[in-house]
Design a protein around this ligand. Structure first.
Ligand code: OOG
Ligand code: NI
Length: 462
């Protein structure tokens, strides 16, 4: 049968992820340094903690750790977003969650394209945080129109990429050869362009409206602006960065260091100022610069329930009320202390996190134990069922905003009218986004069901 020769979307995603990583390593060498540091620290962390290694092995995530990363891009028009949705679908990546960045003074809204479901995540968890520029938030009507026209005149996908997406959709997949050229063609969309498609004058005006607007509008395509490997010890990597010639942000974003990691913690190096050229009135190229690309690392923890997330939000807000982290890092240690203090209210052992229903867990039967009940809590008490935290695979609105801000300079905090635009975003996208809480709850429930199914006959027989 023909369909059996199609490459699995997971396989195409894995090769795309690896192609993106090599391209970015070449484009931004500091990212390569970051990758080696992360690999070194992950190896050490696993060697020092056989228990962690064993749990990761058991939950089948050990192999993926060093392969794991996310990236971020920003597009300019609904049509670009809609096409990206189709591109990512070929690689088994679907929009999860809605992030309204206007709340943080950044004129975009976003989703994360990522694999959904355990099997796909295990093969390759590559995700791409994808933002759509809110042109409607440019106040100056003339500038808004110029931006719109500039964006409408560009085509961010190669003709071959579009043909291959259509082919994949029509046939239900891509064969190996097509899949390989698909990856190559899609890579073109995310490549860096050092020649702007606007004059330096227009660039300046866009930049004055918001530097992110300039970043999205001024170039031929939505260059990948960072890639982020996953580390098992973010504090260790952060500490090693300066000695390796990378200067990290002063504080790690997100929750403080804890025994039981929650959601995610991220840190990055500042975006690089890079040479680009602009075409001037005489039609000649003139030198200028643009700041957009950086490198980031993250440590992932447990996915929180709405209750856990509310507590997280509350405690983060509380620590920021005590000390607002200054962008120059001058009050970093005060902020870290305030964060620790505030988060004392968040339980820091898995049993309590579970019984307080703050996080999602995956339940698995323990083979060889005698089973006397078919109630989950009894089974756990008897040692017949064990539980592991479900890893948070998404992003944080506040964290995302922090990353945007910290990499774009300190002067940029602006107010944009926040409006609930999820429906509009989904209309542009062409599909609704998946609700991440619902998704984690389903994973947890499915694991409970599977345990009970598997243990029930034993319970009855004994
Ligand atoms: C995306 C920022 C979001 C993260 O890790 O929170 C993000 C961007 O700067 O375009 O990647
Ligand atoms: Ni990121």
């Amino acid at each position: 049968m023909k369909s059996s020769t199609f490459l699995a979307p997971d396989t195409i995603r894995a090769s795309f992820s690896s192609a993106m990583s090599s391209m970015y390593r070449t484009e931004v060498p500091a990212y390569g340094t970051l990758l080696s540091l992360v690999a070194e620290v992950n190896t050490k962390t696993l060697a020092a903690s056989p228990e962690m290694a064993q749990r990761l092995e058991q939950t089948d995530t050990l192999d993926r750790i060093s392969e794991e990363r996310h990236g971020a891009i920003r597009v300019g028009t609904p049509a670009e977003l809609a096409m990206l949705r189709r591109v990512f679908a070929v690689m088994g990546m679907h929009p999860v969650g809605y992030y309204d960045l206007t709340e943080a003074g950044v004129p975009v809204h976003s989703t994360a394209f990522r694999p959904v479901g355990d099997a796909a995540l295990k093969i390759n968890p590559f995700r791409v945080f994808t933002s759509l520029l809110r042109l409607d938030l440019i106040e100056d009507a003339i500038l808004r129109e110029e931006a719109r026209m500039t964006l409408n005149a560009r085509q961010i996908f190669t003709a071959k990429a579009i043909t291959l997406v259509e082919k994949a959709e029509a046939n239900g997949g891509l064969e190996a050869e097509d899949a390989a050229s698909f990856v190559e063609e899609i890579l073109e969309t995310f490549r860096w362009h050092d020649r702007a498609s606007v004059s330096s004058h227009l660039y300046g005006r866009l930049h004055d409206a918001h530097r992110l607007i300039a970043d999205v509008v001024s170039f031929k395509g939505p260059h990948i602006n960072h890639l982020t490997p996953r580390t098992l010890d973010i504090d260790a990597v952060q500490a090693l960065m300066p000695a390796n010639g990378i200067s990290p942000k002063a504080v790690i974003e997100g929750p403080p260091t804890r025994e039981c990691p929650i959601l995610l913690r991220q840190t990055s190096f500042k975006a690089l100022e890079e040479n680009v050229s602009f075409i001037n009135a005489e039609g000649n190229w003139e030198q200028g610069s643009h700041t957009a690309r950086f490198g980031e690392i993250e440590q992932r923890g447990i996915a929180l329930t709405p209750k856990g997330r509310a507590l997280y939000d509350q405690l983060l807000a509380k620590s920021r009320e005590i000390v607002r982290p200054a962008a120059d890092g001058s009050n970093a240690s005060d902020y870290i202390a305030a964060l620790h203090e505030a988060f004392k209210e968040f339980p820091d052992n898995w049993d309590t996190i579970r019984s307080a229903k703050l996080g999602y867990f995956r339940y698995t039967p323990v083979s060889g134990t005698k089973v006397r009940s078919n109630e989950l809590e009894d089974l756990i008490r008897e040692g017949a069922v064990q539980f592991d935290p479900i890893v948070y695979e998404d992003f944080l609105p506040v964290s995302a905003a922090g990353i945007f801000q910290s990499n774009l300079g300190d002067t940029d905090v602006q107010k944009f009218a926040a409006s609930p635009s999820q429906q509009e975003f989904e209309a542009h996208l062409g599909v609704p986004v998946l609700d991440e809480f619902e998704h984690y709850a389903n994973l947890e429930n499915a694991s409970i069901e599977a345990c009970l199914q598997q243990l029930r006959p034993v319970a009855l027989a004994s």
